[in-house]
Design a protein around this ligand. Structure first.
Ligand code: C2E
Ligand code: MG
Ligand code: MG
Ligand code: MG
Length: 286
């Protein structure tokens, strides 16, 4: 904690700054090492058709597995990665790993879509769209199975170049989703003209466990009407209870993602999860 107190004011500040610098250097070295040592791992969270419980796709979520066994969550290092100039390298690793895994599942006979989170900064790199198309091509992924998730800020202040990039990707059949919808500042007026296919309703409007307590059926209903009117695909994030799932379906949202259905899991765990559900289906078990 950076608190300044009385006479010690100067000293505390210096210590604090130094500690921060040291931490940043550790993270920076760590991130470079992590890329070289393959310390990153993708976990996959199912996206579910809430009506029949079937699997529609997965979202790839990155984890940093330190040599000592500690797992670092993305919110604790994604921004640092950008700050130390690793946006593209890390982002490309994610796209590559996700497409490779999807190819593997397709080969095993599982048909599912793959959602990948894209840093807004990465989208602005020259050649971003080509990198995506090359990877899709390399793994022979049907383009419509790849969904790129971007937060609202991209659409608010990125300018024409980003829209060109998104349009090029959409023309190739790749899908674009707005992540965490409702938490940013995108204007409803523009929603109609954005190069997007899908909206993900932020979990703060869906679950009640958060301190902000924004969860509100009125808001989800408004977003659902809006998406239906605009012909957009809709996914609810953070579905944690049957009650929430039922409410969303009554309001017209049929696709959900959340702890109620499954937590993010390793590729192996997901393969097993899909396999056991397929077996249950064949033998008529619930
Ligand atoms: P996101 O894309 O909105 O991902 C959803 C987050 O909510 C994930 O956290 C997921 O584990 C969590 N979640 C899913 N269902 C539930 C639920 O029912 N209840 C609750 N409380 N949480 C749920 P995670 O994995 O920690 O990721 C956090 C954020 O980090 C992501 O938010 C995304 O913005 C970013 N991120 C994750 N992976 C990547 C990546 O590969 N690249 C980039 N650029 N960002 C990533
Ligand atoms: Mg996401
Ligand atoms: Mg989200
Ligand atoms: Mg989020």
């Amino acid at each position: 904690e950076c608190k300044t107190r009385g006479a010690a004011h100067h000293l505390v500040f210096t210590d604090c700054l130094q500690a921060r610098l040291q931490k940043e250097i550790r993270v920076e070295n760590g991130l470079h090492r992590a890329l070289n040592n393959n310390e990153f791992e993708l976990h996959y969270q199912p996206v579910i058709n809430m009506q029949d419980g079937s699997l529609l796709g997965v979202e790839a979520l990155i984890r940093w597995c330190l040599p000592d066994g500690t797992i670092v969550m993305p919110n604790d290092f994604i921004q640092e990665a950008t700050r130390v100039g690793l946006t593209a390298e890390l982002g490309e690793w994610v796209v590559e790993a996700a497409c490779q895994q999807l190819r593997c599942w397709l080969d095993q006979g599982f048909t599912l879509s793959m959602s990948v989170n894209i840093s807004p900064h990465h989208l602005r790199y020259i050649g971003f769209d080509q990198m995506i198309l090359d990877t899709v091509n390399k793994y022979q992924i049907p383009p419509s199975l790849l969904i790129l998730e971007l937060t609202e800020e991209v659409f608010v202040d990125s300018g024409v170049a980003s829209f060109d990039t998104l349009n090029a990707l959409r023309n190739a059949g790749i899908k674009i989703a707005i992540d965490d919808f409702g938490t940013g500042y995108s204007s409803l007026r523009y929603l109609k003209t954005l190069p997007i296919d899908r909206i993900k309703i932020d979990r703060c409007f869906v679950s009640e466990d958060n301190l902000e307590a924004l969860s509100d059926p009125l808001i989800t209903q408004a977003i659902i009407y809006l998406c239906q009117g605009l012909g957009l695909d809709l996914v609810a994030e953070g579905v944690e209870s049957e009650e929430q799932a039922n409410c969303l379906q009554q309001q017209g949202c049929m696709t959900g993602q959340g702890f109620l259905y499954a937590r993010p899991m390793t590729a192996d765990a997901l393969t097993e999860w899909m396999g056991s559900r397929a077996t249950a289906l064949v033998s008529g078990q619930p």
